[in-house]
Design a protein around this ligand. Structure first.
Ligand code: PBG
Length: 323
């Protein structure tokens, strides 16, 4: 046994052979493309901190979404930047809020494209935290009520999937109940279940104008050192009514994706976040790496780890490369 009878290189000997024995493949069907919408008209402004991404207004975002759909990408994930912020983030659940407007426009123009909405308050609060502040801390239960209101308003505007990203305890239960009570039983919840307090969100906070004005998010987002806690978070979210669970970020947390995929039967999403995206872009621009090859390698690694869905700012490029 062993060498020379076994030669591992036999199955690597030609492109067709490699194709035949391949375990993992990335498909356009796996991709979700994030989009940023801000109040205004005819806006398509490049985002400085995130090469290739733009701020759109509700009118232009519908065209962008239609283009995304034409590439075969099944879903977009919406983030909103309101014209005005306040202590509680009330624009988050405003009937005519910027996200709600964008949902209506996109669903009208491209009904088959799934609209996923980020459900959080940090882009809407004056202090930039993901919830309501009481005695200098984010109040969990009061925040859950506002998140449920926000998710419900997204469903009313036509969202297909709501995605709470705040990391409050019990928010999935609040949201599921609000959806049930208002006959939105078919709106899915994709919870940011294992979301870590990560420095990889830097470019996004610039793009979404959502950096906390004081302190940080470590009292609600997870400690990067913990793995069992992620399994507990995911189990609770599923029990509370999540249909899809997410691990975020992706690359530095492939072990968490792997554990989650082995343990849970619902679809697992991985968020390849802004810092991960910009590291590849910046290194590519410097001529240090082949950014396109790395983008595909990274997407493959996320799938191989066990994710079913990849949320990525590379979705458009990946879709083009895959077609
Ligand atoms: C909002 C939210 C964040 C991201 C997605 N939703 C930022 C944060 O938690 O501070 C990060 C996405 C990215 O970096 O690409 N809570």
């Amino acid at each position: 046994m062993g060498f020379p009878r076994n030669r591992m290189r036999r199955l690597r000997s030609s492109p067709s052979m490699r194709r035949l024995v391949r375990n993992t493949s990335v498909s356009v069907n796996d991709l979700v493309y994030p989009l940023f919408v801000r109040e205004g008209e005819a806006i398509k402004e490049p985002i400085k901190s995130m090469t290739g991404c733009h701020h759109f207004s509700p009118d232009t975002i519908a065209d962008e979404a239609a283009e995304v759909a034409s590439l075969g990408i099944p879903a977009v994930l919406l983030f909103g930047l309101p014209a005005e912020k306040d202590e509680t983030g009330s624009q988050a659940w405003a009937e005519n809020g910027v996200v709600q407007q964008a949902i209506r426009r996109i669903k009208k123009a491209t009904p088959e494209l799934l609209v996923v909405t980020d459900v959080c308050l940090c882009e809407f609060t004056s202090h930039g935290h993901c919830g309501v502040i009481k005695d200098g801390k984010v109040d969990n239960d009061q925040t859950c009520e506002l998140l449920a209101r926000t998710a419900l308003s997204h469903a009313q505007a036509g969202a297909d999937i709501v995605a709470p990203s705040d990391m409050m305890d019990g928010r999935v239960r609040y949201i599921r109940e609000a959806l049930e009570e208002n006959d939105f039983e078919n709106v899915a919840i994709m919870s940011y279940a294992a979301k870590y307090a990560s420095a990889f969100y830097g470019p996004f906070r610039d793009a979404a104008e959502s950096a906390p004005a004081f302190g940080d998010r470590r009292a609600y987002q997870m400690d990067p050192s913990n793995s069992d806690e992620a399994m507990a978070e995911i189990a609770l979210d599923i029990e509370e009514g999540a249909d899809i669970v997410m691990v975020k970020p992706a690359l530095a947390y492939l072990d968490i994706i792997c554990r989650a995929g082995q343990r849970f039967d619902c679809p697992i999403a991985a968020y390849n976040v802004s810092g991960e995206y910009m590291m590849i872009n910046a290194a590519g621009k410097e001529g240090l790496v082949d950014a396109e090859a790395i983008m595909m390698e990274v997407a493959t690694s996320i799938k191989r780890a066990g994710a079913d869905i990849i949320i990525t700012y590379f979705a458009r490029e990946l879709a083009e490369l895959l077609s």
